[in-house]
Design a protein around this ligand. Structure first.
Ligand code: B1M
Length: 215
């Protein structure tokens, strides 16, 4: 049996969910290294999807299909990847703030981070402030991400940041905020480190931040 990582990349970019799942499973059955399938098959595909979306060559429904295809393949790979392989780029904890049930954008952000090599812990929707703080303590993520889609729930993000300060761990985690009503100015006002305008730029902003921090 043989496998073709280029075909995996191409099929992901085309958003063919079932075909990508089959190709991923067949690569596993052919004894391909799971990390190789991820790093040389799926991740380059997700990078291209992010680029195409940013350049206006792809639209939201297509991106969502690609993200779904990626996610299904990750379901096959995840149990076979070691901790180190899965989170080679870092860890993201992400959730939607209390009182807010919107999850499509948050999940897309999570999937794009996963596509960029992050281990992603998605704590879900309508998460009380303390759940973000507890998740930051438990998982020690590189990035703690909060999503809010309602003007009425945006203030929860600043409250979580204050709770992180009170817990004495504010300087141990990079906070990213995003969601349709959230702006760069608002992110600064509440003391977040990073603002993600959309799922693709969220990954870029985070990469740039950690690159700069290294130098
Ligand atoms: Co709601 N809703 N909704 N809704 N809903 C909006 C947000 C609204 C703008 C619609 C409108 O009136 N035009 C409006 C908010 C107004 C405001 O506060 N300014 C609104 C309202 C009012 C409500 C209810 C109050 C309606 C009601 O019941 N009267 C209610 C509230 C429920 C609650 O949360 N407590 C409600 C309910 C719902 C549904 C449950 C029906 C459904 C959600 C389903 C779900 O998520 N599973 C829903 C939907 C679908 C929408 C709209 C139509 C679409 C949201 C969406 O999924 N967009 C939305 C109108 C709109 O935005 N056009 C609307 C696609 C998604 C990919 O984009 O979520 O923006 P988005 O995410 C982007 C970026 O924002 C960014 O990246 C994502 C990908 O590019 N991003 C981040 C998001 N989080 C990020 C985090 C980051 C970084 C980037 O770092 C951590």
């Amino acid at each position: 049996m043989s496998y073709d990582l280029g075909k995996i990349t191409e099929t992901l970019i085309q958003g063919k969910v079932d075909q990508l799942t089959e190709l991923t499973q067949s690569a596993i059955d052919s004894n391909a290294e799971p990390a190789k399938i991820l790093n040389e098959g799926l991740l380059p595909g997700m990078d291209t999807v992010g680029e195409k979306w940013k350049n206006g060559e792809m639209f939201m429904p297509e991106v969502l299909r690609c993200a779904k295809a990626m996610s299904k393949s990750m379901d096959i790979l995840r149990p076979k990847l070691s901790e180190g392989e899965l989170g080679s780029a870092g860890t993201l904890v992400i959730g939607t703030v209390a009182g807010d049930l919107h999850d499509i954008g948050k999940d897309l952000v999570g999937m794009m981070f996963e596509g960029a090599g992050y281990k992603v812990i998605n704590i879900g929707i309508d998460q009380p402030n303390e759940n973000f703080v507890n998740a930051a303590i438990e998982h020690k993520p590189d990035v703690l991400g909060m999503s809010a889609l309602l003007t009425t729930t945006m203030p929860r993000m600043g409250e979580v940041i204050n709770s992180l300060k009170e817990a004495g761990i504010r300087d141990q985690v990079t906070v990213m905020v995003g969601g349709a009503p959230v702006t760069e100015e608002y992110a600064q006002e509440i003391g977040a480190d990073l603002y993600g305008a959309n799922a693709s730029t969220a990954v870029d902003v985070s990469r740039d931040y950690f690159e700069k921090a290294k130098n």
